[in-house]
Design a protein around this ligand. Structure first.
Ligand code: PEP
Ligand code: MG
Length: 324
């Protein structure tokens, strides 16, 4: 098994007809890059920085963060590492900072929380920038953006962090700054947001939750939560078309990228960068290497005509079986 993994590790994820897909990994729990590198991750598409905050018993200091981030950046260098700023709120709570709200998914989350706690944001960005000096492989990513002024404010805080580091005599390599598309308003404002972002990463979990108004963790409505819902597919095609027009690189993180049926649709649409948990990379790579994108285009056309996620899945199942 390990031998098979090793062989596959160095092969590209490319379809039979030559469509190349970059496969990145989602991480956050460990600085240990072994699972990702062993499975051929071409970098980190999503480092969930809240995870080390969640397993700590107080806010980690800038120095503690610096040490951790540097380990991660070094472990993957020269591959890119996309570090998302703190994304707490919603289902992600810190044991030492209570955010009790009656509607947490619509509340103090992600960038909303960090813009209201600017010192925390600045120290996190400073730690990431300091960690990046030797490797220069950091990309910053902002979660839960729904407004243009949020990206404007974030950029200003990055500038502040850069200025303070330069004043203290540190070197700085300014990283690309990306935005997650999770809140539907961000996708509808893409042309206005474009001046403030270098790339886009779609968080399909939250985007599905907010487009469908279905709590991603509520078992009562879990049957309604599906990233193959026709409205999600319309949104994904719209985002790709907008990003192409605006020359913004776009990738997808979130569970969708490890769902084989969804990967068929995404590849047919033209998505060429996915970020997923390391454990799922080999089988998604095998799938991509077995498909012929040209043959999927008529399937995508049929998927566009479907009225429900069940119809989409019924359409894709035999196609998946055909690819083994
Ligand atoms: C997402 O929302 O799809 C995502 C990748 O972020 P998280 O799952 O950490 O909310
Ligand atoms: Mg999310």
């Amino acid at each position: 098994f390990m031998e098979g993994l090793e062989k596959l590790r160095d092969e590209p994820a490319v379809t039979q007809d030559g469509f190349r897909v970059t496969l990145l990994t989602n991480t956050g729990l460990l600085a240990d890059a072994t699972p990702g590198l062993q499975r051929g991750a071409e970098g980190v598409g999503l480092y969930r920085s809240e995870i080390p905050f969640m397993i700590h018993d107080s806010f980690p200091t800038e120095q503690e963060q610096f040490t951790l981030y540097q380990k991660v950046l070094k472990a993957y260098a020269p591959r890119p590492v996309t570090m998302r700023t703190l994304d707490i709120g919603g289902d992600k709570q810190l044991p030492y900072f209570d955010i009790s709200e009656s509607n947490p998914y619509l509340g103090w989350r992600g960038i909303r929380f960090t813009l209201d706690n600017a010192q925390l944001l600045i120290s996190q960005v400073r730690a990431m920038l300091r960690a990046n000096v030797d490797t220069d492989n950091l990309k910053l990513l902002v979660p839960m953006v729904g407004r243009v002024d949020e990206m404007q404010a974030f950029r200003q805080y990055v500038e502040k962090a850069v200025d303070s580091l330069l004043r203290e005599g540190h070197q700085v390599k300014v990283p690309p700054i990306g935005m997650m598309i999770e809140v539907p308003s961000s996708m509808l404002l893409l042309s206005k947001l474009a001046p403030y972002i270098d790339y886009v990463s779609i968080g399909s979990n939250d985007l599905t939750q907010y487009l469908l108004a279905v709590d991603r963790n509520n078992p009562r409505v879990s049957a309604l939560f599906d990233h193959l819902h026709p409205a999600v597919l319309v949104a994904l095609e719209y985002i790709l078309q907008q990003c192409k027009a605006l020359s913004l690189p776009v990738s997808i993180c979130g569970e969708m990228a490890s769902d084989p049926a969804a990967v068929l649709v995404l590849t047919a649409m033209g998505y060429d960068c996915l970020s997923l948990s390391a454990y799922n990379i080999p089988r998604i790579k095998l799938l991509i290497r077995s498909i012929n994108r040209d043959e999927l285009l008529p399937v995508l056309e049929q998927a566009r005509a479907c009225n429900s996620e069940a119809e989409v899945r019924a359409l894709l199942l035999p196609v998946l079986e055909q690819y083994g």
